[in-house]
Design a binder for this molecule. Structure first.
Ligand code: PLP
Length: 366
């Protein structure tokens, strides 16, 4: 069986370096908010091209703390509206509802799966405060048009960069495109820890200060609490491991691009809608998602050929029991996407043979 993702094999390449990093942390005797976290924050911020990076416990907390910090700063208040793609992973939306702001779901462009600037502007009201854009599947979900709409209406742009570490739009990386950005280092993400981890990036010094306090009980100085914060610190150990993996991120992204390019070139089957490549540097291929009306049949066919696939995602947020009030709402583009998508295996440690088997199996589907 070709697994959807083989994380063990991906991390095997860095085994020696990871063990060295682990050993350093054991020997340091400092396990929370020490040198490794400081160094990783500096290195990741530099990588993204921003002034500040603040490690958090996970990706959901990173986005949630950005919104919370804007509330603390008096820029957002409860009940304000944030525009967000209807077809995102539920975490994006939870970061808004957790803060008691109102997510306004916007249909994506069916070709890019990301927000479309024209549709976006129609949803702006006097209560709209921000656009929370998602670089879904690893593809840039920001454009100059979006930036112009934000400017025109005085909206913040927050990036959910959980799937797109290292993707570049016109020379600027994710994490530096909006006013603030949240990343996840969940193990399967383009930059993955060996556990939970996340980070906030921004050029806004005030915001950075508030987030840094909020993630650590609202304190800047031990036992002095400025606000009612949370405990969502990035682990010293995960930071040390992430420093190793950050050094290999561009190479890993490049390897995934090459595999995606083979899929795009060699999968020839009219029944499958392949993803748009666009400008190569704008996509890091966290997921390679194809669409077909016969999705379940395709999944079965690939499984019979020894290929594991997954669906990202089977149920859109507005159809989840968690959001009962929205269950009767209709977002036809989003629903069409959820009913037809299938993700093929794509990770840097795949062999040429595995890739060929997947291509052949896609081509023999009828
Ligand atoms: C993974 C993910 C998150 C949440 O990250 P965690 O580290 O699991 O909390 C948020 N948004 C998107 C789009 C994601 O893919």
């Amino acid at each position: 069986m070709i697994p959807f993702l083989n994380l063990k094999k991906n991390n095997e390449k860095y085994r020696e370096e990871l063990i060295d990093a682990f050993t350093c942390v054991i020997d340091s005797g400092r396990y929370i908010l020490g040198e490794e976290v400081r160094a990783f924050e500096w290195e990741f911020g530099t990588y993204c091209g921003v002034k500040h990076a603040i490690g958090t416990g996970n990706g959901l907390d990173a986005i949630t703390l950005i919104i919370r910090a804007y509330k603390e700063l008096g820029i957002f208040k409860e009940g304000d509206e944030i525009l967000v793609p209807a077809n995102t992973y539920i975490a994006t939306i939870l970061s808004i509802t957790e803060n008691r702001l109102k997510p306004v779901l916007v249909e994506p462009d069916i070709r890019t799966y990301n927000l479309d600037a024209t549709l976006l502007e129609k949803k702006v009201t006097s209560k709209t405060k921000a656009i929370l854009t998602v670089h879904l599947y690893g593809k840039i979900g920001y454009s100059d048009e979006m930036g112009a709409i934000a400017k025109k209406h005085g909206l913040m742009i927050i990036e959910d960069s959980a799937q797109a570490h290292g993707a570049i739009y016109k020379g600027r990386k994710t994490g530096s495109l909006g006013d603030a950005s949240g990343f996840s280092f969940y193990p399967s993400k383009p930059l993955g820890a060996l556990g939970d981890a996340g980070i906030v990036t921004t050029n806004d010094s005030k915001l950075a200060k508030v987030v840094a306090a909020l993630r650590n009980y609202g304190s800047r100085e031990k036992y002095h609490n400025l606000s009612q914060g949370v405990n969502s610190r990035l682990d010293e150990l995960q930071a040390a491991l992430l420093r190793v993996k950050l050094r290999h991120l561009d190479d890993d992204n490049q390897k995934r691009r090459k595999i995606a390019q083979r899929y795009l070139r060699e999968i020839r089957n009219k029944k499958l809608i392949l993803p748009e490549e666009g400008t190569p540097e704008r996509h890091v291929w966290h997921l390679f998602v194809v669409r077909t009306e016969k999705r379940d049949a395709l999944q079965k066919h690939l499984s019979k050929n020894g290929i594991e696939t997954l669906i990202h995602y089977p149920v859109p947020p507005h159809k989840q029991p968690a959001f009962k009030d929205w269950n009767k709402k209709s977002y036809p583009i989003t629903e069409e996407i959820h009913n037809t998508v299938l993700s093929l295996p794509l990770y840097s440690a795949m062999t040429k043979e595995e890739i060929s088997i997947i291509i052949e199996a896609c081509n023999s589907f009828s």
